[in-house]
Design a protein around this ligand. Structure first.
Ligand code: NAD
Length: 393
């Protein structure tokens, strides 16, 4: 078999392991004196990690400013931060928090040297001006295990409401310089956050694995990530004796999902999750978790009817075996195992239905119409997309 051409670009330097946060102050100092800390409004700043980090930064002679990101970031918030800090001589941006915080940090780092609006560069809804870079150096420290944003080249920004959008500021140079993955930072986080972020990682791994943009490099990584999801998601969610190992496995899975999504692309679940999160206050991971099973079912059905030779069918079977931890006697049985596992995870993790966020039947066509999923293993019809949403309502 001849391997199709591919490019591997922009993976951050990765420091992985329990307790790695302690290395961050030294790392910051290596970039200069002045750090801009971008972090969330509550959880991290009220944890003992926050005090320890600041004390240790102070001891290293690092000066800092703080920019707080209260939810999924908007273009306005990024512009405000850039205006506030562009003349303050920031040497390095530290994004420490969930995917929302890391996306905000990446976008702010991207624009700090230039001071212009992120709307100049935002995909589809922006002014279409190419971004040249280079950004201010950026260090990403995730506190959720889900988005993999610490390893991707895009920052997702949203405006919510009837005219809402969720679009990316994307450039190779926006990949953080260093990703510091300390799985203990997610210890004790609320089960609903562990559930939704974990299902985001699972969805990203599955979609990049079956993507038309996948290659042997991303396939190997995606499978290793799916194995960690199988081992880690429920123990991390349930807490107790298995939590530490579960958090570690999920931190790995999330990181890998970022690398595979950035290099292979995603599918219809993410194509639908963007408008779902733009029009309704649906957290990104919940949107993914609610629809990933129906998307896999629709894709498998469409592939069997219209592209029975697609390699994605064998990959769905492999993913079914890996995620269920069972071997199957046939591909059909493995696809069933995949569906059963995804549905059972949705129930055990108590993923809310989309209607709980105000979504109604009359919204389905509008959402389906705005779905873009160029690397989905097969093009789905609008009726198929509406069917997926109907099942998740
Ligand atoms: P999030 O960052 O929005 O955080 C969700 C909630 O969890 C927040 O209230 C936050 O304060 C809290 N939280 C974070 N860490 C915690 C901890 N350790 N303990 C307790 N609470 C904690 O959620 P997320 O799922 O990490 O990120 C979602 C965002 O990331 C979305 O905007 C999504 O579109 C984006 N995303 C980006 C990429 C990318 O490649 N750039 C990929 C996937 C998703």
């Amino acid at each position: 078999m001849t391997i199709s051409p591919f490019i591997i670009s922009g993976i951050p330097r990765i420091l992985f392991g329990d307790g790695r946060l302690a290395e961050v102050p030294n790392l910051l100092r290596s970039y200069g004196e002045h750090t801009l800390i971008v972090t969330g409004a509550k959880s991290f700043q009220s944890s003992p990690h926050w005090t320890n980090l600041l004390q240790s930064m102070s001891a290293q002679g690092v000066l800092w400013d703080v920019m707080t990101i209260p939810g999924e970031p908007s273009p306005d918030l990024v512009d405000q931060a850039v205006k506030l800090f562009k003349d303050r001589g920031v040497d390095v941006v530290l994004g420490i928090g969930g995917g929302s915080v890391i996306d905000a940090a990446k976008a702010i780092a991207g624009l700090l040297p230039f001071g212009n609006s992120v709307m100049d560069h935002l995909e589809v809804v922006g002014r279409g001006i190419p971004y040249q870079g280079p950004p201010t150096p950026c260090i990403a420290v995730p506190t959720t295990a889900g988005t993999g944003s610490e390893a991707t080249k895009n920052a997702v920004l949203s405006a919510r409401g009837i005219e809402g959008f969720k679009r990316s500021f994307r450039h190779e140079s926006l990949v953080p310089d260093v990703a510091v993955i300390d799985p203990t930072l997610a210890n004790g986080s609320p089960p609903e956050i562990t559930a939704s972020s974990g299902m985001d990682a699972l969805t990203q791994l599955l979609e990049s694995y079956v993507s038309t943009g996948s290659n042997p490099f991303t396939d190997g990584l995606a499978l290793s990530g799916l194995r960690m999801v199988k081992e880690g998601l429920l123990p991390a969610y349930e807490g107790g004796a298995g939590e530490a190992a579960g958090r570690s496995a999920m931190a790995y899975a999330a990181l890998i999902s970022g690398i595979t999504l950035a290099h292979a692309g995603l599918g219809v679940a993410h194509g639908l999750a963007s408008p779902l999160g733009a029009y309704f206050p649906i957290p990104h991971g919940v949107a993914c978790a609610a629809i990933v099973g129906s998307v896999a079912k629709a894709n498998i059905r469409a592939l069997r009817e219209r592209a029975p030779d697609s390699p994605a069918l064998a990959k769905y079977a492999k993913a079914g075996a890996v995620l269920s931890g069972q071997s199957a006697a046939s591909r059909e049985q493995a696809w069933d195992l995949l569906m059963e596992t995804l549905l059972s995870l949705r129930d055990r993790l108590k993923i809310p239905k989309l209607r709980e966020y105000g979504m109604k039947k009359r919204d389905l066509v509008k959402i389906a119409n705005t779905c873009t999923a160029k690397t989905n293993p097969i093009a789905l019809t609008n009726d198929e997309l509406v069917g997926i949403l109907k099942e998740s309502l």
